[in-house]
Write a protein that binds this ligand. Sequence first.
Ligand code: NAP
Length: 313
Amino acid sequence: MADQSPLIQLGLVGLGTIARNQHLPSIAQVPQLQLTAVASRNATLDGVAHHHDISALLAAHPDVAAITLCTPPQGRFDQAAQALAAGRHVMLEKPPGASVCEVQALQKIAKDAGVTLFATWHSREAAAVEEARRILSRATITGVEITWKEDVRHWHPGQEWIWQPGGLGVFDPGINALSILTRILPQPVHVTQAMLEVPQNCQAPIAAQMEMRMASGAPVSAVFDWRQTGPQTWDIVVRAQGATVTLHDGGARLVVDGADVITAQDQEYLRLYQQFAALIASGQSDVDVTPLQLVADAFLLGKRTEVEAFHDA
Ligand code: NAP
């Protein structure tokens, strides 16, 4: 039977890397959603109404029921608050904000306005994450090691905001690992120590190490590094009594005791937009600040070391 749910008109704000690479193609695949308008200071999109900023978009399109924010975390609170207060549903890129409390404030604004707030964690939608969670749900975990190393010049060329306060630096990809970690582990983790390597001309780290502990006492370590050229590494190894469960490739591949269990294509953003449509239809919100809280705690507890200046070119 054909889907009878009404079409949700969508406005997208911030036509940058992730909007073009992931959001636009994924929105096009979800029949409940129709991209009606974009807000961008610098770019336009053929066949879609264009506005300079979110205020102009909201004013021009009372029929746009939902907004997706693909802008940097700094400044996203004002955009989200404005859209929620105007009675629109909002989907936030990760990290959901530049601080933990601003996201909690948005939750209240959304609740008061009776609209959906969806704080996305795209890496949780990687193909193997739910199976890893299922396998680990009753496991006795003895330790976890995260290795997340990539080349910032390849993935974030020219992104000034990422080096500024609130931009997170290497925690911008590192928070993806933490979003998976906090999904697959059956217990909460907390930070015990952190080390932040900050280029002398930047406000955010280019590398970081975190020591965490599960409620059981099992150790969890994470190494994040943006200086890796050549092969890129996005691995989480969970050692449990009786099995070693490894997620490779950012959660797309699952290996248990050396045997491949899942390898699948990336459908992370398609799943996010399907969930956004479902949350709107059911009148629910989905906001989990735990990965952002862990990053905030790493900044609270972290020892800072100044390292060589970073230059994009
Ligand atoms: P980006 O390439 O820098 O694009 C961000 C866009 O936001 C810009 O093109 C700009 O669009 C708009 N913008 C509004 N205010 C801005 C400001 N003060 N400074 C810079 N841009 C501003 O960044 P991105 O990589 O798409 O990342 C955006 C968000 O998505 C971040 O939270 C990031 O963590 C997340 N994300 C990125 C990736 C990735 O691989 N790049 C993956 C997953 C998630 P207009 O010129 O159109 O106004």
